[in-house]
Design a protein around this ligand. Structure first.
Ligand code: SF4
Ligand code: SF4
Ligand code: FES
Length: 483
C-alpha cells in the first residue's frame, strides 16, 4: 500500500502534517484548532459553503475571508482562524448576527436548547447584542411533515443539510428549498408527507431546532438525558446507537457513528421503533402454555429447565428459525448452543436476507422434511410444505411430488362416449345444485321444523329449486319449507 503524500500546513502559527487533499476543517482539528461550522458535513458529499460560519483568512490568497470548509490542505499553506485574524473574527461575528436576524428567541422552550450549535457558537463567536429593531419574520409552527418529524421554519438557518441528505444520501428528493432570497424555506416536494425509510436522519443532521422528532417534544431537556451506547437489535445490520434515557425510560435513539457498519445513519425503524418497550401487552415474564387454562406464569428457572428438556427430547431434530432481527452475536450464540450443545445443524433464514447469505440457505431447508408449514401472510394458515429440500436439487417438494406422479392412463377416445363421460365427470347441473343445496341446508337450519315434518331428502330439495334470481329462489324455498 502506498503511503499518502503529506503536506505541511500552518494554522494559527501551529504546523501540522496531513495527507494531501485533507479538508481544512479536519486539518485544523488535527492541529487542535476549531473551525466552527453549520452546513459542513462530510457524509453529505462536497462542501457547499452555504452558511459562512467557517470563515478563515488564507495568507497569499484573496484579500477577503474564505469559507474554510471548501478548502483543502496544500503544502506551505498558512491559515488564520478567528483566534488570530481580525478579518475572520469580524466575518464570523457578522455571519452570526445575520443568521440571528430572524431567528426566534425560542431557546427556553426549544427542544434543541442545550445541545444547539447555534447557541454555543453565538456564545463563543457571535455578537453580544443585536441591531435588529424590525419585527422578525414568522411562520406557522411547528408543521408536521411526517408522523414522526415536525419543521419549525422560524428556526431554520438554511444550511441545506436536510435537502442534501434527501438528494444525495436517501436519494428521494422529497425535501426541497422553495421560494427565493429571504423567502426561501424548507418544504417537502409539493407539500406531500415526507416518507421513507431514513427520514429520521434529518432530525439529527439539522444543526438547530428546525427539524425535530415529534417525540419527545417538550418532555425533556437534553442535559437530562443519560446516553447509553448500544447496538440496534431490530435488524441484522446492527447499527451503533446511543440510547438516551431519563429515569430509566428510553426517550430517544440517536446514531453512534461507526462508519464500517452504518456510516452514521439510522433507519426510522431503529430510531423511532422503541415504543413497544412500554407496550402494556409486552411479555416480560416467561409463560407456559397449559391446556384449557391458556398460559400461566412460571419462573425463569422453570422456563429454562422446560426449554432444555424439550430440546433434549427432540434429539437433534431441531430447526432454528431466524427472524432476521438477531444481532450477529445472538445468532452466533444460538448456533453454538444448538450445534455444540445439541448436535443440530439446521436453521432457516428469512427470505428477505441479502444475496450474500444464499450460500448458507440451501443446507438449511429442514422445511423440506416438514409435513406442514405455517404460512404467515395476511391470513395465517397451515399448508403443506413446498419449500426446497436439503438435497440441493432446488426442487420444491410439491413440485417434486408432482414430477414423481405417474402419467395418467391414456384411454382410447370413443367419440360416442366422449359426451357421456364428460357429463359423468363434470355433471353440468350438479355443481349448481350442490351450491343450491348448501343454501337450502342453511335455510333449513335457520327455520324451525314444522310439527311431524319429515326432513326431505337433500337431493330432492335441490332438484325442486327452479331457476330465477337468488332472492326468488330463496323466497320459494322458504315457502316450501314453511308449508
Ligand atoms: S435552534 Fe438553538 S438557538 Fe434556535 S431557538 Fe432552538 S436552541 Fe435556541
Ligand atoms: S431545516 Fe435544519 S437542516 Fe434543513 S436547512 Fe434548515 S437548519 Fe439546515
Ligand atoms: S460550514 Fe463552511 S460555509 Fe457552512
Amino acid at each position: 500500500m502506498s503511503t499518502p503524500e503529506l503536506v505541511t500546513v500552518t494554522i494559527d502559527e501551529r504546523s501540522v502534517q496531513v495527507p494531501r487533499g485533507t479538508g481544512l476543517v479536519e486539518t485544523a482539528a488535527a492541529a487542535g484548532i476549531e473551525i466552527p461550522v453549520f452546513c459542513y458535513e462530510p457524509r453529505l458529499g462536497e462542501a457547499i459553503g452555504a452558511c459562512r460560519m467557517c470563515l478563515v483568512e488564507v495568507e497569499g490568497g484573496p484579500p477577503k475571508p474564505q469559507a474554510g470548509c471548501t478548502l483543502t490542505a496544500l503544502d506551505g499553506m498558512v491559515v488564520k482562524t478567528a483566534r488570530t485574524s481580525e478579518m475572520a473574527r469580524v466575518g464570523q461575528n457578522a455571519t452570526l448576527e445575520f443568521i440571528l436576524v430572524n431567528h426566534p428567541l425560542d431557546c427556553p422552550v426549544c427542544d434543541k436548547g442545550g445541545e444547539c450549535p447555534l447557541q454555543d457558537l453565538t456564545f463563543r463567536y457571535g455578537p453580544g447584542n443585536t441591531r435588529m429593531t424590525f419585527e422578525k419574520r414568522t411562520f406557522e409552527k411547528p408543521i408536521p411533515i411526517s408522523p414522526a418529524i415536525s419543521i419549525d421554519r422560524e428556526r431554520c438557518i438554511l444550511c441545506y443539510r436536510c435537502t442534501r441528505f434527501s438528494e444525495s444520501v436517501s436519494e428521494d428528493n422529497q425535501l426541497v428549498a422553495v421560494n427565493r432570497g429571504a423567502q426561501t424555506m424548507i418544504a417537502t416536494f409539493e407539500d406531500e408527507p415526507y416518507t421513507g425509510a431514513f427520514t429520521g436522519n434529518v432530525t439529527e443532521l439539522c444543526p438547530v431546532g428546525a427539524l425535530l422528532p415529534t417525540q419527545p417534544r417538550f418532555e425533556i431537556r437534553p442535559w437530562e438525558f443519560q446516553a447509553v451506547p448500544s447496538v440496534c437489535g431490530l435488524c441484522p445490520v446492527g447499527c451503533n446507537i446511543d440510547v438516551d434515557q431519563r429515569e430509566g425510560k428510553v426517550k430517544r435513539i440517536l446514531s453512534r457513528n461507526h462508519p464500517e457498519v452504518d456510516e452514521g445513519w439510522l433507519c426510522d425503524k431503529g430510531r423511532f421503533g422503541f415504543s413497544h418497550l412500554y407496550a402494556e401487552d409486552r411479555i416480560t415474564e416467561p409463560l407456559r402454555r397449559v391446556r384449557l387454562r391458556g398460559l400461566e406464569e412460571i419462573s425463569w428457572e422453570d422456563a429454562l429447565d422446560d426449554a432444555e428438556r424439550l430440546l433434549r427430547e427432540a434429539d437433534r431434530r431441531i430447526a432454528v428459525a431466524l427472524s432476521g432481527s438477531e444481532t450477529t452475536e445472538e445468532a452466533y450464540a444460538l448456533a453454538k448452543l444448538v450445534r455444540v450443545g445439541l448436535g443440530a445443524h439446521t436453521a432457516m433464514l428469512p427470505e428477505e436476507t441479502g444475496d450474500g447469505l444464499d450460500a448458507f440457505r440451501l443446507p438449511l431447508a429442514a422445511q423440506g422434511a416438514a409435513r406442514r408449514c405455517r404460512d404467515r401472510r395476511d391470513r395465517p394458515r397451515w399448508r403443506r410444505s413446498d419449500l426446497a429440500r436439503d438435497d440441493g436439487s432446488g426442487l420444491p417438494q410439491a413440485q417434486e411430488r408432482r414430477a414423481r406422479r405417474p402419467a395418467p392412463r391414456q384411454r382410447a377416445r370413443r367419440p360416442d362416449l366422449v359426451g357421456r363421460r364428460r357429463r359423468r365427470r363434470f355433471p353440468s347441473g350438479r355443481a349448481r345444485n350442490r351450491s343450491r343445496l348448501c343454501g337450502q341446508a342453511r335455510l333449513r337450519r335457520l327455520l324451525p321444523a314444522g310439527d311431524g315434518e319429515r326432513p326431505r331428502r337433500r337431493r330432492s330439495v335441490g332438484r325442486r329449486v327452479g331457476r330465477g334470481s337468488p332472492r326468488a329462489r330463496a323466497t320459494r324455498a322458504v315457502d316450501r319449507l314453511g308449508r
